[in-house]
Design a protein around this ligand. Structure first.
Ligand code: BGC
Length: 799
């Protein structure tokens, strides 16, 4: 049964210690210990810590699903007296979580469930936490996920989880929890994955060189009563911690000495940090990286170190935000399972790690809460005070995430399991459509965090939020219809008709006959292109228009959560590969590589979270560890690495690396359910080489030549000369027409920069009617007294 302490509990206060004794007649043949609780449970048996999970049982929708870990403890049981024990921290159940400042989302105090089942020959003996157990407090005098942990070593109740302990502890109380909610562990356990050493220690400030999620492990020598205070932050400013990105989170751990030399780490908190400030004596410090212990399944390396860093930043942000639940960020006062963030990031996540356990568990929570509440919450598990309205890109994760998992693993069971939830979401939105079939009313986050939106209104994007909603609905109703047809359900025809109606409604409202899209924003074009909302002619036109818009924005990012992941796919799909690479390689603020140039080691919530002068964006939405925008990495896998599934689960694949951006090689590895896929390509001088290893049939499209070859499973390689058109082009001169220069995005971008530098208010227009007749020399003639510097800059730009 569940037990709780009978003494009062303060949120963030001391963690209760629990213990109970039992006798074993002899060494059992097998002993299995089931453990869970409301809070974070650290189990012990006869003074020994059981298992290697931390932060167990993780965070789920506890009222519906509370995961129970099972440990084989056969070797720890002794004939005679034995003792079971556990320390239970506040965690997600009793502590503070979310931005509303609230504690006790699930319980007013931590509670424990332990059940030991011993097999002795024919006999089964069960020992459970019950009214005979007692509880007290000990060394953990304060604990909270947000604010940190205080450990007073002087109060360690030595021997508390061994038989014969005689502390002044009180009896426990039975605690009521729905036994039906107990489920076996689905998500991978959270573990200590690795330890990092500092890259520098300056005075009290320690830099681990990497923004990460976890805590520190400290070796310290001190006098009794001496306190070491450890504060965490993502950022340094003038050599001091800048804790602005934490908002109200205190992220402060304390160790109070009982004297001597000890190695200590906290257990009931976690922090998102790169830097710590340690006030007090220490001999050694390490950062412990903590997350769900998932299997890594995807890798990409290229010839460009900046891109490699961007990729590594995505991996680190995923690691930092997969601590049981897929969260927005690990450091500030949110750490919530924001639906939109994982919706944007899911294809990338599924490439990098096997996410079936963590996201499968999370989808089960989503469905349970949706059933109970009648809507898909914006955050899962839902701890928000107000009900969530259905919202594009956020709530529709109910449909798109199962669909992504089906594409990645080819397992229709995932869709079958989620079908009720998917269909309920679509039917809810269907009931809200206007007479034209548009999702034109109600709250929408829209193109959240558009860099041009006002700082105090992150939803105030350039792109009409109902256009965004209608486009996403066209995508999700199609996924729904495809799912229904695949599973052969009776509502398949209904969902297909709905998908067609919604697509038609989008086209009628927002697309001109020739392919212009209302609002003329990059996000609107990218959505229409990527979600198949256009006819082929319209799509080609939209692609050209999008390429113009990104050129006009100087290849910088002008889009938010909804549009940004689709920019490169929309450009490359419509034949504007060079523009896509210009955008990818652009280092100015805000751009994909800009954070890398600023030393970022994770993906930021916004590309301009830190300004070029080093100041933090003051909007309050400037986390330095948000995986959502790492969604761009999916394009790297498909286009630079060259791997796209042609059938769910990679049962058949397209291998088509599309080099560009000055890259000279790339190597991708992906574990799939059919086996490992490896692709590597390299250009050396005029020699191209592609090597492929596939466990399935593949269509290979050779880089540069576009030649298509069907191959069987096995290893394959091609070596060939770069085709002539990739030879040296005729050098551009000051007499080359502007029209020709404008057709070369790389040169045109360089020229635009020269113009922006010398004539900030005069745009250079390569599409003007006179562009064919004008050259840079004619332009210079118009400029009164052109400087030598201008002429030199222009010459340099066309090299
Ligand atoms: C979170 C986001 C989330 C958004 C939605 C933010 O505070 O950090 O990533 O999707 O709110 O409104």
């Amino acid at each position: 049964m569940f037990v709780a302490p009978s003494f009062p509990h303060e949120p963030g206060g001391p963690a209760p210690y629990f213990r109970g004794e039992f006798t074993a007649d002899r060494q059992p043949d097998q002993a299995l210990l089931e453990v869970t609780g409301l809070g974070i449970v650290e189990p012990y048996l006869n003074g020994i810590r059981v298992g290697d999970e931390v932060l167990a049982p993780g965070w789920t929708s506890y009222r519906h699903r509370l995961q129970v870990s099972t440990h084989d403890v056969t070797a720890l049981i002794k004939p005679g007296a034995n003792a079971l024990g556990a320390i239970v921290g506040d965690g997600w159940a009793a502590g503070r979580i979310g931005f509303e400042g609230k504690n006790n989302h699930y319980t007013d105090r931590p509670a424990l469930f332990m059940r030991l089942e011993m097999t002795l020959g024919e006999q089964t003996v069960v020992v459970e936490s019950d009214g005979t157990w007692s509880a007290g407090t000990g060394a953990i005098i304060a604990n909270g996920l947000f604010d940190g942990e205080t450990y007073d070593a002087r109060r360690e109740p030595y021997g508390w989880s061994q038989p014969g302990f005689t502390g002044d502890w009180s009896a426990v109380e039975p605690f009521d929890w729905n036994p039906e909610a107990l489920v076996p562990v689905v998500a991978d356990p959270i573990r200590r994955i690795e330890e990092l050493s500092p890259v520098s220690i300056r005075g009290k400030i320690v830099d681990f060189g990497q923004n990460l999620t976890g805590w520190i492990k400290l070796t310290t020598t001190g006098e009794t009563g001496q306190t070491i205070t450890i504060r965490h932050a993502e950022l340094l400013e003038d050599g001091e911690l800048n804790v602005e990105t934490l908002r109200t989170v205190r992220a402060t751990d304390r160790y109070i000495h009982a004297g001597g030399t000890v190695t200590w780490e906290p257990r009931f908190t976690f922090h998102g940090f790169r830097y710590v400030e340690i006030d007090g004596p220490f001999d050694e410090v390490k950062a412990v990286v903590v997350h769900s212990d998932m299997r890594r399944t995807g890798w990409l390396k290229t010839s460009d170190e900046r891109l490699n860093r961007l990729h590594a930043n995505t991996v680190w942000s995923m690691r930092g935000n997969f601590v049981g639940v897929p969260t927005d960020c690990p450091q500030r006062d949110e750490r919530l399972g924001w639906t939109g963030d994982i919706n944007a990031f899911a294809p990338t996540a599924a490439f990098l790690y096997d996410v079936r356990p963590v996201l499968g568990s999370w989808l089960a929570d989503l469905a349970a809460e949706q059933r109970e509440r009648g809507f898909v919450p914006w955050v899962v598990p839902d701890v928000l005070s107000n009900p969530s309205a259905p919202t594009a890109l956020w709530s529709d994760v109910a449909v798109s995430l199962p669909w992504v998992l089906y594409q990645e693993y080819g397992d229709a069971e995932i869709l079958r399991r989620c079908y009720g939830s998917m269909a309920a979401f679509i039917r809810d939105v269907e009931g809200r459509l206007d007479a034209d079939g548009l999702w034109s009313s109600g709250f929408q986050f829209g193109d959240w965090l558009d860099p041009d939106a006002p700082g105090d209104n992150p939803a105030g994007a350039k792109t009409d939020r109902h256009l965004v909603a209608a486009a996403y609905l066209a995508k999700t109703t199609r996924e729904m219809a495809d799912t229904a047809e695949l599973l052969n359900t009776e509502d398949a025809a209904h969902f297909r008709a709905l998908a067609d109606k919604v697509r038609q409604a989008f086209r009628a409202e927002y697309v001109t006959a020739k392919g212009r899209i209302a609002g003329e924003t990059a996000t609107a074009y990218a959505l229409a292109i990527c979600f198949d909302l256009l006819d082929p002619d319209q799509e080609a036109r939209a692609g050209r228009r999008l390429a113009e818009l990104v050129a006009k924005a100087g290849y910088k990012i002008s889009t938010g959560f909804a549009g940004t992941p689709l920019m490169l796919p929309a450009l490359s799909r419509t034949g504007h590969l060079e523009a896509a690479y210009l955008m990818l390689m652009e280092p100015g603020c805000p751009s994909f590589l800009y954070p890398v140039t600023m030393g970022a080691t994770t993906i930021w919530e916004r590309w301009d979270a830190i300004a070029p002068d080093g100041t933090l964006n003051p909007s309050g939405m400037s986390s330095l560890n948000h995986y959502a925008l790492g969604a761009v990495t999916d394009w790297l896998h498909k286009t630079v690495g060259g791997l796209t599934p042609l059938e769910p689960g990679y049962r058949k694949v397209l291998i088509a690396p599309q080099p560009g951006g000055g890259l000279t090689n790339a190597a991708l590895t992906h574990w799939t359910v059919h086996g490992d896929i490896r692709i590597s390509w390299r250009v050396e001088g005029r020699q191209v080489r592609l090597e492929v290893s596939v466990p399935v049939e593949a269509t290979v499209r050779l880089p540069y030549t576009g030649e298509t070859i069907e191959v069987q499973l096995g290893e394959h390689a091609w070596s060939y000369e770069l085709p002539e058109e990739y030879g040296e082009r005729e050098p551009y001169t000051m007499d080359t027409s502007l029209k020709t220069l404008a057709a070369d995005p790389t040169v045109w971008q360089a020229l635009t920069e020269v113009f922006a530098k010398h004539f900030p208010s005069i745009p250079l227009d390569g599409n003007a009617p006179e562009a064919a007749a004008f050259s840079l020399n004619t332009v210079l003639e118009f400029i009164p007294g052109p400087s030598q510097e201008l002429a030199d800059d222009l010459k340099a730009a066309i090299q």
